[in-house]
Design a protein around this ligand. Structure first.
Ligand SMILES: Nc1ncnc2c1ncn2[C@@H]1O[C@H](COP(=O)(O)OP(=O)(O)OP(=O)(O)O)[C@@H](O)[C@H]1O
Ligand SMILES: [Mg+2]
Length: 356
């Protein structure tokens, strides 16, 4: 009997999770960290346990918050976002809890707060680490009593909301240093979700590129767009201080403007950890130049001939780089090099004839 029950329960659980696959697709990525986050989202979605999402700016905290909501039974209710850093302290209180007419100068009509608006759904407290200490005490009270009054009001209001917060602070450190109330911290962060920075999960970059390329090609009515290999190689080495948001902005820009050279220059300029390009190619090239100089040492001193051979070596190296970046496409390479296709073919034949 228990076996049958378990079996039925398993099917029901799988079916209900299958229906959540849709919203989960909004979290693009295949790194172990992202897989773990997706699993956690499914486990937590219908529990109403308070969640804090941690991560640097642009890693996707809001994406995860919205996915939690979309996977939960609250998806039919509202999703209300409050940015605790963008609203000054005293305004934030009235924004969250609302006010009655005459509560303060200028309150010429009553207004419900975001907690009331979010009833039956989710309130997303973004940048929770920036909430002023005074307001943190009131928040704690509200969470303990599960009810509150509007500013200037006496009527107790009870709401049913799931609280999801996000921060780029280290809240535990803020607690240690007295910037965040410990009791509130425990109330808010029953479940913690850490989203690692993009530089620590680079295997997600190609998927994110494809995703944004498709999204923005469609949005701006452009033809299919793909990140060229040489740029993808650079993307994989770059440290992405602005995380996924920065990557998204580059792809958006490339789809619309196609300014590949400018993007490449920017990334190279901002990069401080790019290793030199293909050291084996470098070695080979330097060996050939050294060989020319050694021949000169041995008495082969025809300056015109040496100049031509060395210049041709440099030319060949640049052409090799262009061909590598365009995946061997000679027409594209000629374009990048600023010469005609015919001229490129001529040069390649010349290299062969010279044995370079
Ligand atoms: N895994 C992901 N899949 C798809 N899109 C993503 C992902 N992560 C981030 N994005 C996109 O990157 C941008 C930034 O994400 P989001 O706003 O969620 O970041 P955040 O962590 O809340 O940043 P901030 O701290 O600056 O508010 C958004 O446009 C979002 O759609
Ligand atoms: Mg955000």
């Amino acid at each position: 009997m228990t076996q049958i029950f378990k079996g039925i329960w398993g099917v029901v659980y799988r079916l209900s999770n299958d229906s959540k696959e849709g919203p989960l697709k909004n979290i693009v990525g295949k790194s172990p960290a992202i897989q773990r986050i997706k699993d956690l989202v499914l486990q937590v979605a219908d529990t109403d346990l308070s969640v804090v999402i941690y991560g640097e700016s642009g890693v996707g905290k809001e994406v995860v918050a919205r996915t939690l909501y979309a996977c939960s039974h609250r998806a039919r209710g509202p999703f209300v976002k409050v940015n605790c850093a963008a609203i000054p302290g005293d305004l934030l209180e009235s924004e969250l809890f609302g006010y009655e007419k005459g509560a303060f100068t200028g309150a010429d009509r009553a207004k419900p707060g975001k907690f009331e608006v979010a009833n039956g759904g989710v309130i997303f407290l973004d940048e929770i680490g920036d909430m002023p200490l005074a307001l943190q005490s009131k928040m704690l009270q509200v969470l303990q009593d599960q009810e509150f009054c509007r500013l200037g009001g006496h009527r107790e209001i009870k709401v049913d909301v799931w609280i999801i917060s996000a921060t780029n602070h280290n809240l535990e450190k803020d607690v240690e240093e007295g910037r965040f109330r410990q009791d509130l911290y425990y109330r808010l962060s029953v479940i913690k979700i850490h989203i690692p920075p993009l530089r620590e999960r680079k295997e997600d970059i190609p998927l994110l590129c494809d995703y944004f390329a498709r999204l923005y090609s469609q949005k701006y009515g452009m033809g299919g767009f793909e990140v060229p290999r040489y740029l993808m190689d650079l993307f994989m080495k770059y440290h992405w201080p602005g995380n996924v948001r920065e990557l998204e902005n580059y792809i958006k820009r490339l789809v619309v403007l196609g300014d590949f050279d400018e993007v490449e220059r920017e990334i190279r300029r901002f990069s401080d950890e790019l290793p030199p390009q293909d050291p084996s190619l470098e070695d080979e090239f330097l060996k050939k130049i050294a060989f020319e100089l050694a021949r000169a040492e041995q008495g082969h001193l025809d300056l015109k001939e040496i100049k031509k051979r060395v210049a041709t070596l440099v030319e060949k190296k640049v052409i090799d780089i262009a061909l590598k970046r365009t995946d061997g496409n000679k027409r594209q390479a000629a374009n990048v090099l600023g010469i005609s296709y015919k001229a490129l073919l001529y040069k390649i034949r010349e290299f062969e004839e010279m044995g370079l």
